[in-house]
Design a protein around this ligand. Sequence first.
Ligand code: ADP
Ligand code: ZN
Length: 304
Amino acid sequence: MSTQQDPALCAGVELGGTKCVCVLGTGPADVRAEVRLETGAPTRTLKDIEEVLSQWRARHAFRALGIASFGPADLEPDSPTYGSLIGTPKPGWDNVAVLRTFTPLGVPIGFQTDVNAAALAEGLWGGAIGLASYAYVTVGTGVGVGAVVEGRGLRGLGHPEAGHMRVPRKAGDDWPGACPFHGDCVEGLVSGPAIRARTGREAAELPPDHPAWDTVVHALGAFFHNLTLSTVPQRILIGGGVIAGQSQLLPRIRAALLTSLNGYAQARAISQPGREFLASPRLGERAGSLGAIALAQRALRADG
Ligand code: ADP
Ligand code: ZN
């Protein structure tokens, strides 16, 4: 039987660039239902999600909803476009009011980017428990960064888009990169689509010793150098399909980071034995959808 202290039953939606994951539960040990949908055109996709949620609401009376969305998105609660996708390059999705679609459910709604939600879940239940400052980075269809600084998600003029930072190129590599905005920014060099554009093959099909991985390791080493020295995280968790699917990369990226720092400043703390500075998310693939549940629970608390 449930008591007042039990975490509330909530619904969460991870709205991804290629798939959506709807979950019903109270936390990682208690996920009661999960439905995966393909992300297609916005009207159809949001209607499919809405149908899943309406059924759950009717049967299980969940108390709040969390949405963990791809971005860029408006995260400012006071803004007229709060909860909308703003400036997303994903065809058809720019200016789509995601949050507003779900207000007819009549429950409090939390809205964040997918990486911010994943960071929240890792802080509550995963690999960043007890850390005040850390980052969650995904390397998949794009490169996303959720940075928590002194207990709060970093934001200001929007949310961080650090995946689009520029880094020095590996000597001799002059491939122009695949980012439609910047060419050879980090995302333009290391995302799954970038690897496919460079090699003509799916990233998953490349052998672990393919030279394309050398350029990925070089760019990510420099990227984590910049992220470490700027937001001073106590740990960086790295998820996403490219990293999860290539187990040889993480040790190489750790080495590239240390080579790049060259003993400077945070290098000593990072290389302490047992430190696990660059680590895999402990919630694995579930970080985003569980983050959506955490967002819902936060929205419920804020609602009083
Ligand atoms: P999303 O970014 O849409 O949330 P993922 O994090 O799963 O999704 O990332 C998808 C990307 O991961 C695709 O571009 C795909 O090419 C790449 N990917 C999937 N499996 C592997 C693998 N085994 N090795 C390298 N890349 C992979
Ligand atoms: Zn870019």
